[in-house]
Write a protein that binds this ligand. Structure first.
Ligand code: UP5
Ligand code: MG
Length: 194
C-alpha cells in the first residue's frame, strides 16, 4: 500500500495575529510537526553570522521586509526533508504573497488547508507592542512593525483570494481569546482533514 500523504496546514495572518500561538496548538492536538518560517530564518541568521548573504537577510528582516523567496523556500524544503513522509505538518507564517504560494505549490506541494487568522490592525499593533515589552524580537521595533503591517496589508487580499479560488482557505476571527479561536480551528481541521 502507498504511504498516506502527509497533511500540510499553512497558517497565515498579520504580524501578531496569533500564527505561532495557534500553530503550536494545532501541532499539539494533531501530533503534527511544527515549522515557523520566521523562526527558521532567524535561527539561520544566528548560526551563520559572518556570512554575507545571511547578514543581508538579517538586515532585511530587521527592517520588516520579506526575505528573498528562493532562499525561504530552500530553507523550508530542507526542513521538510527531515520530517518523515507520514507525519502531518503545520507551517507558521508562510506564504507571504501569491508568488510564494505559487512557488510552494510548484516546488513542494498543494497544502491541505490554509488557516487565515483575521484580526483588526489596531489589535495587531497592541499585541506586538505588548510582546516587544516582554521579549522583544529585533523586528518588534516601531518602524519594522509598521513595515510588517504594511507588507501584510498589501499582500494579504490577493493571497487570500488565491487560496479561496482553490477552495483551500478558512478564515477565523482571531480578535478573540486564543482558546476560542483554537476551538473553531480544531472543529474545522477535524472536519476537513480527518
Ligand atoms: N496573542 C496571540 N493570540 C492572542 C489572542 N487571541 N488574544 C490575545 N493575545 C494573543 O502572537 C503575538 C502576541 O499576541 C503574543 O504575545 C501572543 O501571546 C499574543 P503570536 O502567536 O506570536 O503571533 P504571530 O502571528 O506568530 O506574530 P509574529 O510577530 O510572529 O508574526 P510575523 O508575521 O511578524 O513574524 P514571523 O516570524 O512569521 O516573520 C518574521 C519575519 O520573517 C517577517 O517579517 C519577514 O521579514 C520574515 N519572513 C519572510 O521573509 N518570509 C516568510 O515566509 C516568513 C517570514
Ligand atoms: Mg510568530
Amino acid at each position: 500500500p502507498t504511504r498516506p500523504r502527509p497533511k500540510i496546514i499553512l497558517v497565515i495572518g498579520g504580524p501578531g495575529s496569533g500564527k505561532g500561538t495557534q500553530s503550536l496548538k494545532i501541532a499539539e492536538r494533531y501530533g503534527f510537526k511544527y515549522i515557523s518560517v520566521g523562526e527558521l530564518l532567524r535561527k539561520k541568521i544566528h548560526s551563520t553570522s559572518s556570512n554575507r548573504k545571511w547578514s543581508l537577510i538579517a538586515k532585511i528582516i530587521t527592517t520588516g521586509e520579506l526575505a528573498p523567496q528562493e532562499t525561504t523556500i530552500t530553507e523550508i524544503k530542507q526542513k521538510l526533508m527531515q520530517i518523515p513522509d507520514e507525519e502531518g505538518i503545520v507551517i507558521d507564517g508562510f506564504p507571504r504573497d501569491v508568488a510564494q504560494a505559487l512557488s510552494f505549490e510548484d516546488q513542494i506541494c498543494t497544502p491541505d488547508l490554509v488557516v487565515f487568522l483575521a484580526c483588526a490592525n489596531q489589535r495587531l499593533k497592541e499585541r506586538l507592542l505588548k510582546r516587544a515589552e516582554q521579549q522583544g524580537r529585533p523586528d518588534d521595533n516601531v518602524k519594522a512593525t509598521q513595515r510588517r503591517l504594511m507588507n501584510f496589508k498589501q499582500n494579504a487580499a490577493p493571497l487570500v483570494k488565491y487560496f479561496q479560488e482553490k477552495g483551500l482557505i478558512m478564515t477565523f476571527d482571531a480578535d478573540r481569546d486564543e482558546d476560542e479561536v483554537f476551538y473553531d480551528i480544531s472543529m474545522a481541521v477535524d472536519n476537513k482533514l480527518f
